[in-house]
Design a protein around this ligand. Structure first.
Ligand code: MG
Length: 304
């Protein structure tokens, strides 16, 4: 089953949503207007055997990741965390100390990022450990930044480094990354960011969402990609689980090389996309490669 094909069928109903829905399905978070106040919301889940290896991962890191990957979606909108809710399915053989360790990790992580846990639900089943987290947020200083909005001529930037976040044993940076909430707010405060997404499925895939929603093509310069040690540009484009930010803004914006202690790298440009042209192309030496399919599509297998 192709997740994106499935989702495009879901998005067909967006046009019928009423005026309270400010950002419909298809972005990192949805947004509704309640009594004149805009509230962002998103839900995301991690499942043992898909997003982490239960046997080799400390429960504290599983609980942490369940929260931080949702905070990464808040960062993608340049929003401020408000609160979180958690629904878990615990394997039937679990005992109270394990459950408490998991809950404490989720509570403490949420509290650390000013996103207090305010409720949830627990089920026990003959099923893999599953943590489903809903987060609420409010727009940052300049409003929510969406995937659409990239303009022809914009520069494309990446925070941090990409690739190799999942080790062969299932450990690695995908368990310990810092969600870029403060960076995103600082960026939105100082610069006119036109479009933004967090990189969960690989840059090829996620920059492709910006290109698709904005009706443009993104051209990436392979040599400029900030690759993690041991990774080439293909892995930087396709590994996923980086939880860094990809964003576009006017090419003459005077962006520093680092903000909030995080490296910022210009990796490409936004250009016009003609019908039937790929969403993402990579320039590697003299070659131009269609990179739209580099990245992980849910349901098609994953390193963890
Ligand atoms: Mg996201």
């Amino acid at each position: 089953m192709k997740e994106f094909r499935l989702l495009s069928r879901v998005y067909e109903h967006n046009a019928a949503l009423d005026a309270r829905v400010i950002i419909p399905p298809g972005d990192d978070m949805g947004m509704i207007r309640i009594g004149g106040t805009d509230v962002l919301a998103a839900v995301d889940q991690i499942v043992a055997g898909r997003h982490f290896t239960l046997d080799s991962t400390p429960l504290s890191l599983i609980g942490r990741k369940a929260i931080t990957r949702n905070l990464s979606d808040i960062a993608a909108m340049a929003a401020r965390p408000v609160a979180a809710l958690v629904a878990v399915v615990l394997p039937r053989e679990w005992r109270e100390p394990q459950a408490l360790e998991l809950f404490e990790a989720m509570r403490a992580t949420a509290a650390k990022y000013d996103c207090p846990l305010i409720g949830g639900d627990i089920s026990m089943a003959d099923a893999p450990l599953t943590c489903s987290v809903t987060v609420l947020a409010r727009p940052g200083p300049r409003g929510a930044i969406r995937r659409k909005g990239a303009k022809v001529g914009d520069a494309v930037y990446i925070s941090g480094r990409l690739g190799g976040s999942v080790d062969a044993d299932g450990g690695g940076r995908h368990l310990t990354f810092e969600p870029r909430v403060d960076l995103a707010l600082a960026l939105a405060e100082r610069f006119d960011v036109n479009a933004m997404i967090d990189i969960s499925d690989g840059l090829g895939c996620d920059a492709g969402h910006i290109a698709e929603m904005s009706g443009v093509q993104i051209e990436i310069d392979a040599a400029s990609l900030p690759c993690s040690p041991g990774c080439d540009w293909r892995r930087a484009m396709s590994d996923g689980e980086d939880y860094e930010l990809c964003f576009t803004l006017a090419a003459d914006a005077d962006l520093p090389a680092e903000m909030e202690g995080v490296m910022l790298t210009r990796v490409g440009v936004v250009q016009e996309r003609m019908p039937d042209q790929p969403l993402i192309v990579v320039h590697d030496g003299g070659q131009v490669i269609d990179a739209s399919s580099l990245g992980w599509e849910h349901g098609e297998g994953h390193p963890t």
